[in-house]
Design a protein around this ligand. Structure first.
Ligand code: 5CA
Length: 437
């Protein structure tokens, strides 16, 4: 992508209304613009990151055997009257009336709608288990939307719903999501801690939040320091096998929120206890028959009797993750994207667009990197070196290739790793080999 033909409205000044670093950098890097409080437009660079995150989430959901669907954003109120949540949800729910005076709402979550789909189609225990997810915009009319996309009113969520015949099946579905979440966040370059949680308005009696660590996080977390030591992506997981040992292993290392942490009964020895701050990026719930009882979602069991299906729901804050990753990975010059979610892999900087040799070297490099399947953002604007460096550091692509007249004279380009600032002078061929490797 040539920067002069891209839409990247970067800002030099720090926007005054942005309180936290991810919000400031997302505005400054031209990733999003606010449409209304807690409601954002995604500009090209931001959208690329959002899509990357979404795709990792999708791949890891699919790997568990879950099936993707797409439910609408607008839902009929009647389904929520059946579950009793139409009144319970209060002002957080955006209520809409259509031209026929029917009560509708912009979905804050989808338990009711999915239960309606399943109760119509699934009649026998033979059709269970089912595990369906979608990645769709939600709306919650938060009292105080803040921190940019981290606590928005409109936000993108992956929500998955499991349907099982009995508790054992439901527990297995829960464990699948538990393990899948560890992998999902690890693939994004994040350390995520599963923490026993309250169930809130979703209901039920078993729930874990997944917290990524960032000094600026809203929640205080206590856990065993070894929780950060595992790498689950090394393991080949069979999602049909018993996953309880993996879940037990992670939960045995204890993680609790500030409100739930009691120093006197904490099972972790003082020297092993890690006190950190984090951001909730995922939340999983087992709630049994709460919705299936209320909405009459039953199947015929093996004994011929009807039973309400056992359910769970499992959310990931896809748009929140964009901000969360920046909170976890940045410096005072800008964002440092983990490779897996970076909007482009390489930023190619042409330091002198008035110089034929620089242009020729850049064009050649650009063409070859793209031919090698590497995504490149090529800064060929007629701007100062300082402005180009500042923008490239701000938008945080993992690699920079800097091409200037001096280097070209000596037959080299400079390759810089954004995260460490380490640079190397390489021939263009060596640089391509390094970046493609
Ligand atoms: N139905 C369940 C699970 S599918 C549910 O809605 N869970 S939730 O309320 O915990 O939301 C799931 C995830 O969405 C959260 O972990 C969080 O990462 C994200 N999220 C929730 N509220 C917001 C918000 N206002 N802005 C951005 N992300 C949010």
């Amino acid at each position: 992508m040539r920067l002069s033909r891209y839409f990247l409205p970067t800002l030099k000044e720090t926007p005054s209304d942005a309180q936290i670093v991810s919000h400031r950098y997302m505005l400054r890097a031209g990733m999003v613009r606010q449409a209304s409080a807690g409601i954002y437009s995604w500009l090209p660079l931001g959208l690329r990151v959002l899509r990357r995150i979404e795709q990792i989430v999708r791949e890891e959901q699919d790997a568990t055997g879950a099936r993707e669907i797409l439910m609408p954003t607008i839902q009929p109120a009647d389904l929520w009257r059946e579950s009793g949540r139409y009144d319970d949800y209060g002002k957080e729910m955006l209520r809409i009336t259509d031209r026929h005076d029917r009560d509708m709402l912009y979905g804050p979550t989808n338990e009711e709608l999915i239960t309606d789909i399943v109760r119509r189609e699934i009649k026998s225990y033979r059709d269970l288990p089912q595990n369906l997810y979608h990645i769709q915009w939600k709306f919650r009319d938060e009292v105080r939307p803040r921190f940019g996309v981290m606590r928005g009113r409109e936000f993108l969520m992956k929500d998955n719903y499991s349907f099982d015949l009995n508790y054992e099946g439901a527990r297995h579905s829960y464990n699948k999501m538990f393990v899948s979440y560890l992998r999902t966040f690890a693939r994004m370059g994040l350390k995520a801690i599963p923490m026993r949680a309250e169930t809130g308005p979703i209901g039920g009696d078993l729930s874990h939040e997944f917290i990524i660590l960032a000094d600026t996080g809203e929640s205080a977390v206590y856990c065993h320091k070894d929780l950060l030591g595992f790498d689950i992506t090394d393991q080949d997981i069979d999602f049909d096998a018993d996953l309880q040992p993996i879940v037990d292993h992670w939960t045995s290392l204890y993680a609790a929120a500030d409100e739930m942490h009691d120093p006197d009964s904490c099972p972790v020895a003082k020297e092993d206890l890690l006190e950190a701050r984090g951001i909730e990026v995922g939340h999983i719930f087992y709630f049994g028959t709460k919705y299936s009882d209320a909405m009459n979602a039953k199947v015929t069991g093996p004994d011929g009797n009807e039973v309400a299906v056992e359910m769970g729901s499992y959310g990931i804050g896809v748009s929140r993750l964009v901000g969360g990753i920046i909170e976890a990975s940045h410096d005072d010059r800008g964002i440092i994207w983990p490779d897996a979610v970076a909007p482009f892999h390489v930023g190619l900087i042409n330091l002198r667009v008035s110089d034929d040799a620089c242009n020729a070297a850049c064009e050649d490099m650009y063409a070859k990197l793209m031919a090698a399947g590497i995504e490149v953002l090529y800064d060929e604007r007629d701007a100062s070196a300082g402005a180009k460096f500042a923008d490239m550091d701000l938008i945080g692509l993992p690699w920079q290739v800097i091409v200037g007249p001096k280097g070209i004279g000596a037959g080299t380009v400079e390759v810089k790793r954004r995260a460490t600032g380490e640079t190397e002078n390489l021939s263009p061929e060596q640089a391509i080999a390094k970046l493609a490797g």
